[in-house]
Design a protein around this ligand. Structure first.
Ligand code: SAH
Length: 226
């Protein structure tokens, strides 16, 4: 868990980015994000460091932005919503994110929980995110390159929460065994053309309860060989 002064080299970006970030946080509050822990964490993470330089001026707009390879950095409102869900039943310890992408969501999580594992299948995105975590001093993020034959990170589980930041066509039940006994999974489910919804699965022992929430729109989760 980190404080703003842990990002000394970011200070150089000055007041402009701090002001834009504060405006974004105010916007998220207007949109109904109430969890102060989430708002504070997002106020600490320099989102402009997670997008290409050409996109810097839009880094604090509440929109998804392209990050190359047909992928996107998620919309801040969605990051806030997923992070609020992740904290809703108490602060988890051991979290897995599937779909590192830019690394932004992982950085927000790292402000709030003890250890964040994050997996990415596109090597250049994985390399770039790793570099960003190192530059920003996030020592509690464990980035891993995804294998295409198995979803998640079975050898590092089970996880208190699994956060999937890519859209699965159907509920990825293969991840159930990587959930802790009282664990949760937060995952966008449905066809990527439309009709995706955020789904929360709660595990209690061998019982798995599914709850469908708001409509969302994520790039596809790739399962198996392609
Ligand atoms: N959380 C990211 C947004 C991710 S976009 C952020 O904050 O920027 C979704 C990402 O999931 C893409 O980078 C995509 O390559 C990755 N992805 C898709 N299927 C995957 C899989 N099976 N394992 C790991 N990563 C996957």
């Amino acid at each position: 868990m980190m404080q703003p002064d842990k990002h000394p080299h970011v200070r150089g970006f000055g007041m402009a980015s701090a002001r834009s970030r504060a405006r974004l946080i105010a916007r998220l509050e207007q949109l109904g994000i109430r969890d102060e822990r989430v708002l504070e964490a997002m106020n600490r993470v320099p989102r402009h460091m997670f997008v290409d330089e050409a996109m810097t001026s839009r880094a604090y707009d509440d929109t998804a932005l392209p990050i190359g390879y047909g992928q996107t950095i998620s919309q801040p409102y969605i990051v806030a919503q997923m992070t609020s869900l992740l904290l809703a039943d108490g602060v988890p310890d051991h979290v897995l994110e599937i779909g590192t992408g830019s690394g932004y969501q992982a950085a927000v999580l790292a402000e709030l929980v003890a250890t964040v594992y994050t997996v990415e299948r596109i090597k250049p995105l994985y390399d770039q995110a790793r570099r960003r975590f190192a530059e920003l001093g996030y020592r509690n993020i464990r980035p891993r390159e995804a294998r295409d034959d198995v979803l998640g990170l079975p050898s590092y589980g089970p996880f208190d929460v699994i956060l999937v930041t890519a859209g699965a066509e159907a509920l990825p039940t293969s991840l159930y065994e990587q959930m802790a006994e009282q664990g949760r999974m937060i995952v966008p489910v449905g066809a990527s053309g439309g009709g995706q919804r955020l789904v929360v699965v709660r595990r209690q022992g061998q019982s798995f309860q599914r709850e469908d929430l708001d409509p969302v729109s994520f790039v596809p989760l790739i399962e198996g060989h392609d």
